[in-house]
Design a protein around this ligand. Sequence first.
Ligand code: NAP
Length: 290
Amino acid sequence: MQYRTLGRTGLRVSELGIGGAQIGLKDYMAPWDPASDASVAQIEGMLDRALDLGYNYVDTAPGYGAGRSEEIIGRVAGRRRHDFFLATKTSAGTWSRGKEEVRAEAEASLRRLRTDYVDVLQFHGGDYRPEQVRHLLEEGPADAYRELRAAGKARFLGITAEEPVTLRPLIASGVFDVIQIRFNVIYQNAYHNILPEAQAAGLGVVVMRPATSGTFPKLLRAACPGMADQCDPYALALNFVLSAPQVSVAIVGTRTIKEVEANNRLSDDTTRRLDLDWLHQRYVQPGEAR
Ligand SMILES: NC(=O)c1ccc[n+]([C@@H]2O[C@H](COP(=O)([O-])OP(=O)(O)OC[C@H]3O[C@@H](n4cnc5c(N)ncnc54)[C@H](OP(=O)(O)O)[C@@H]3O)[C@@H](O)[C@H]2O)c1
């Protein structure tokens, strides 16, 4: 496993982390029952193997199965808390809530996660309109986050976005240490528009949906049958994301030891990384043959 620095937090994070949506959501991307004992045992085994291999970043949210992902991760955090950095969120519904509700939601997460603190606490959002930005920054939620940090319950503050450019005023506010954004081989906008700005602001960058939530592999199988046998679309997708040096950690949805091991090997095989500047270059450079 290779490691990177999570922006100004200074945390040395594994470049691949574990995404918690698959753990708690029923039938998300594959048949899955998060309520079953077999699922809990499978995830505990998967997380133990990941931590033993050197993964050290786990991301979850109360929204992943009404707290179920946090409860299952909490079984491992309860006995191996110091082996990894833990990130959770407060829900998108927070927009209409005040400081006390946000704080209560975060404290409920800590109970499910069986810990006194999270390393990163993030607002869980999609895109941000001006009234939401104002609410978040000026009407209580950001104050709740600052108080949770002052109380030692959240070490660093973050925010997540499906549409990264809508984060601009939130990045400019200086409140956040970490952003979690959608960036992958299909959604590449952040490469030009937000990754350089995040780097300039010293922010840690967590990438959600790094394997395109399964869309790219499905597309390749549908459009070019047989091609996925020659070129693993998951490996291609993860190599694409890891080729951006501004990315600190890509949180991959994984439920099996087999995937955790395959992705760990992929992190260490840096020969498959891509030159993203070249990929985006539109004009032939002097002396370049195409
Ligand atoms: N903040 C937000 O609003 C937000 C939104 C979306 C996602 N996220 C975060 O980002 C995480 C990941 O994003 P995502 O859920 O969209 O999924 P993703 O990571 O893009 O893709 C996950 C899928 O990839 C498969 N996979 C992983 N490694 C593989 C391998 N080596 N070979 C074959 N298949 C492999 C998994 O299979 P299995 O199903 O078999 O395990 C899973 O179905 C989430 O868990 C969540 O933590 C955050």
